[in-house]
Design a protein around this ligand. Structure first.
Ligand code: NAP
Length: 287
């Protein structure tokens, strides 16, 4: 049995779908009782409601488990504790293979959610666990948050310069790579960087959206005060807002790009292009 933590989130759900498609028995760790049914529908054999900050709950989640895919919640103030708690519980339970969902370029101190992953990676490398680290770039799926504005008025607004380049990666590719790492041999001790093959500016992204949607789409910069006001109105926590603002500042200065063939090698095919992702959205094949 494979344990997937953070299972009801964007990443966890995608990984569970991929594992279920491979007929792998999966235990999904979710945070809330109301998330149980949807995980069962995705194909999880067993769904456990638990708080990852609690050592006893993590120990119970690891019982009878062969491999763990550990996903820390997005922009969480206790990300480091949740990461190392997962490692400690897996080591005590004698887990055969621990796979950690990290991020591309974790060792950047100015972005808390990167730096905390860097520290968790260090802990994992210093442990006796047989492990693999996956470091994905930003997901193409993040654009879905602003999809209705893109369709309604061709407005693709980002809180950093439109010249900012990123190697956006398809979460479906990341989830498939995770399933390959969990279900095949030879990945212990390896760190994989999972990036899309293109390095796209926000203007490039708008151009591809225009071409695929058949409407004019223009990239523009949203003022940070407006972004903060909207984030507060939708209930985003102060910690997450602060972490995201630091991330935007980093993106604005440096972009977020990688160049690696790891993803294509794991998938044994080219990675998904942004145009292919948008076509999937147009066909209604994306949530
Ligand atoms: N988005 C990207 O482009 C990207 C790229 C690379 C790496 N990542 C990393 O991927 C990870 C997962 O991101 P995501 O967007 O998939 O996360 P997410 O959607 O926020 O999912 C996290 C899940 O964990 C649950 N959770 C929160 N606190 C918990 C606790 N104390 N115990 C147990 N479960 C808890 C959440 O439940 P509730 O929602 O009910 O609170 C949610 O279902 C993050 O570490 C992120 O930094 C993201």
């Amino acid at each position: 049995m494979i344990l997937v933590t953070g299972a009801a989130g964007k990443t966890g759900s995608a990984v569970i779908r991929m594992l279920a498609a491979r007929e792998q028995p999966v235990r999904a760790l979710v945070f809330r009782q109301r998330q149980v049914r949807s995980l069962e529908r995705l194909g999880a054999a067993d769904v456990l409601v638990a708080d990852m900050r609690d050592a006893a709950s993590l120990a119970a989640a690891m019982r009878g488990i062969r491999s763990v895919y550990h996903i820390c919640p997005n922009m969480h103030p206790e990300e480091h504790a949740i990461g190392v708690g997962g490692i400690a519980a897996a080591a005590s339970a004698g887990i055969e293979h621990f796979v950690y969902h990290s991020v591309l370029h974790p060792a950047i101190a100015s972005m808390p959610h990167h730096w905390q992953k860097h520290l968790v990676e260090q802990e994992l490398k210093g442990s006796r666990l047989r492990h693999t680290i996956l470091r994905p770039c930003a997901y193409m799926q993040n654009l879905r948050a602003g999809w209705s504005k893109i369709l309604e008025n061709g407005e693709f607004a980002v809180p950093y310069a439109v010249a900012t380049r990123m190697s956006l990666v398809d979460l479906e590719d990341v989830a498939e790579a995770a399933a390959v790492v969990l279900c095949t041999q030879g990945h212990e001790g390896v760190t994989y960087e999972l990036c899309g093959a293109e390095s796209l500016s926000q203007d490039d992204v708008a151009g591809i959206l225009s071409g695929q949607l058949g409407i004019p789409v223009r990239a523009s910069v949203v003022a940070l005060e407006d972004w903060v006001r909207d984030a507060r109105a939708t209930g985003v926590s102060d910690y997450a807002i602060d972490s995201l603002l630091r991330m935007f500042e980093y993106y604005d200065r440096h972009g977020f790009c990688g160049k690696s063939l790891d993803l294509e090698r794991l998938l044994d095919r080219p990675s998904t292009t942004f145009g292919e992702f948008v076509r999937r959205c147009v066909m209604g094949e994306e949530a």
